[in-house]
Design a protein around this ligand. Structure first.
Ligand code: P6P
Length: 354
């Protein structure tokens, strides 16, 4: 073998070194890199994120075969605490998180969209210091048409042992979140998370069963072309939201994108910029989305990415819920686009006061 080819091969292998390093930057390792520490707290967060990843893999596996597995799709015939018809995949996904975190030893309590009261794991509670808040399968109405769905999560410290299960310590604002993120089940499965040190994304490589680092320190643009809202609710909106919609209809540079699943719609805005809105409606005056395990985790993420999230009146991160399933209106995305929506809300308020 000539010298050149040996050097070339070495150079090529070094180039591949980048890819090998990237493929070895798993979720748990990335958490330690973020925290620059191996403290007990860092180990906890790393283990918790690893467990989130395991839940995502199990749900992704079931979703990829749901059209083939008998009894995986369709409705259970029950209605959840939200008054929504429950799909079999909703319950399966909810059970996955419970099972995964039972074995974690770290999580004492799980608060889920699918469960009226938090679920306690007694064997974890003496030592378990964390609560997982989650929407196990958001946008599950998309399952019937094989479109994107997601899981949304937030991790909070469990403050005090609430013997009666009242979980009053969960009725605190979004600044209490230690970590938050989502798993997007799309053409590929992506996990996007933040522990307060930027927003980072990972892509599941099914061939090795690992979430591999994709993008670090994702920043949402200060402005983007996308506005994402269900315009079928136009008749139910406040006049201010109608004013905003009329504005984007009449000005160049806007494009409507709405998938019916919060995770996919936010993921687009995180990368490309723009704004997602789910304002109050006649049917849901307080909005449809739930604060503790939909709006607040997304607000945590988008603020870490340089964006904003508001009810239209108050920053989502400052909202203190009165009950664990509280809903809020949500306007979230690029700073300039959120501000534009707010400007129509303020203008309308001024006119109504005059
Ligand atoms: P609509 C899914 O049910 C969900 O909670 C979010 O994922 C999504 O953004 C919203 O509701 C869609 O609601 O009323 O537009 O179908």
């Amino acid at each position: 073998m000539t010298q050149t080819s040996v050097e070339q091969i070495s150079a090529d292998l070094l180039d591949q070194g980048y890819y090998l390093d990237r493929d070895c930057t798993t979720l748990s390792r990335h958490v330690f890199q973020q925290l620059e520490s191996f403290s007990p707290e860092a180990q906890d967060i790393s283990a918790l994120m690893n467990r989130i990843g395991l839940a995502g893999k199990l749900i992704a596996r079931r979703l990829s075969r749901s059209g083939l597995v008998d009894d995986a799709l369709g409705f259970t015939g029950t209605v959840n605490v939200q008054g929504e018809a429950v799909k079999k995949m909703d319950l399966y996904s909810n059970a996955v998180f419970i099972s995964v975190f039972k074995q974690s030893g770290l999580v004492c309590r799980l608060a889920s969209e699918e469960m009226e009261k938090p679920y306690y794991i007694p064997e974890n509670c003496p030592i378990g210091r964390y609560t997982l808040l989650y929407d196990p399968l958001d946008g599950s109405s998309n399952l019937d048409i094989n479109s994107n769905v997601g899981s949304i999560f937030a991790i909070r410290q469990q403050e005090g042992i609430d013997e009666d299960g009242a979980a009053l310590d969960l009725l605190q604002d979004g600044h209490k979140q230690l970590a938050a993120g989502y798993i997007l089940y799309g053409p590929s499965t992506m996990l996007v998370y933040s522990i307060g040190k930027g927003v980072h994304s990972f892509t599941l490589d099914p061939t090795i069963g690992e979430f591999i680092l994709a993008d670090e320190h994702i920043k949402t643009p200060v402005h983007g072309p996308v506005y994402s809202v269900n315009e079928g609710n136009f008749w139910q909106w406040e006049e201010s939201i109608r004013d905003y919609t009329r504005y984007v209809h009449r000005h160049e540079g806007y494009t409507a994108r709405y998938s019916g699943a919060l995770v996919g719609d936010i993921h687009r805005i995180l990368y490309q910029g723009g704004v997602f809105l789910y304002p109050g409606t006649v049917k849901n005056p307080e909005g449809k989305l739930r604060l503790l395990y939909e709006s607040a985790p997304m607000a945590f993420l988008i603020e870490q990415a340089g964006g904003r999230a508001t009810t239209g009146i108050q920053e989502i991160m400052d909202v203190i819920p009165e009950k664990i399933h509280q809903r809020t209106p949500l306007v979230i995305g690029s700073k300039e686009d959120v501000a534009l929506v707010e400007s129509f809300i303020r203008d309308r308020e001024r006119r109504e006061q005059d």
